[in-house]
Design a protein. Structure first.
Length: 72
């Protein structure tokens, strides 16, 4: 897995931020899901052909995402 790389730029929306101006913690998981589906389409998979389930996700906080910051 160390050689596997897939990135997708995501521009956060206003509604993705909390009252302190930080990206809401639940939004990170939404971004992962969007990128995962985009990856499937990139490699030619279609949802009707995919039957995998994400059983667990763990996220390590590194730095805040602030408004007008593109996420990749």
């Amino acid at each position: 897995m160390s050689e596997f790389k897939f990135t997708m730029p995501i521009q956060p929306r206003y509604a993705d931020f909390d009252m302190l101006g930080h990206l809401n913690n639940a939004t990170y998981l939404t971004y992962f899901e969007v990128a995962r589906l985009h990856y499937f389409y990139t490699i030619g998979w279609r949802l009707k052909d995919v039957s995998n389930v994400v059983a667990r996700m763990e996220i390590d906080f590194l730095a805040p995402v602030l408004p007008q910051t593109e996420v990749t």
